[in-house]
Write a protein that binds this ligand. Structure first.
Ligand SMILES: [Zn+2]
Length: 229
């Protein structure tokens, strides 16, 4: 969904984590908590991604437009870039399974604050900024490797999957659980399942429609066709 916005695909064949195996440590909770050097590099990585200045693309805008036009839309995403909200989707209708890189959270007192603030402190010379409230270790509000998904967000996502009329799985190989299972739950609950992905997925057999074209053009066309009358 976000590669058209210039956000790198971390897990794909050309993904960052394939090119630099050590990069995975930057987003692994145990390494992050244990090693100030990993935290320093992790903040630099966040600053680099932030500097990309990613903007919502045609697909994000089409989703937000569908919602604005009166068709109830909920977004369940594994992306942490917040681009759906920037495109105009209300925050409460976006379920971010892997959290958000637009916020930071204290690992001790759980206070949340803006990523921009933390990155400004990094730029000003604090390589590993501590929580201003309690001095605890700060991290991006994303779900790192070794952390579990937020059960509340996952519960909401399951309710959406079981209650929707159309479930569109976009740009996912549907191989990482439990997120992938949402497509199966939707189909079993009677929703039309539409899969938009360049490659085959394990859920293709359950799909009513499969689209292999690029997301940036395919999704706007698809959504225009399913808008409520
Ligand atoms: Zn704190």
């Amino acid at each position: 969904m976000s590669t058209d916005s210039g956000i790198p695909d971390y897990r794909g064949p050309q993904g960052l984590w394939r090119r630099d195996p050590d990069a995975e440590k930057l987003v692994t909770y145990s390494y992050y908590m244990a090693d100030p050097e990993i935290r320093r590099r992790s903040w630099l990585m966040r600053a680099e991604i932030g500097a990309l200045g990613a903007r919502p693309n045609a697909a994000h805008l089409a989703v937000a437009e569908l919602e604005r036009s009166g068709t109830p839309v909920r977004v369940i995403t594994q992306n942490v870039d917040g681009l759906h909200q920037l495109a105009g989707m209300p925050d409460r209708k976006v379920f971010e399974l892997h959290g958000s890189a637009r916020s930071v959270v204290c690992t001790a007192c759980h206070a949340r604050s803006d990523m921009d603030e933390a990155l400004a402190r990094v730029a000003a010379g604090e390589p590993d900024p501590a929580c201003l409230a309690c001095g605890g270790i700060l991290k991006s509000a994303t779900v790192m490797f070794g952390q579990r998904l937020d059960p509340e967000v996952m519960g909401q996502a399951i309710a959406v999957a079981k209650g929707c009329r159309v479930f569109i799985a976009v740009g996912s190989t549907l191989q990482v659980q439990p997120a992938a299972s949402l497509a199966g739950m939707a189909a079993e609950s009677g929703a039309r399942l539409i899969i938009v992905n360049a490659e085959e997925t394990p859920y293709d057999a359950l799909a009513d429609k499969i689209v292999r074209e690029p997301i940036g053009t395919a999704l706007p066309a698809l959504l225009a066709g399913i808008a409520a009358p």
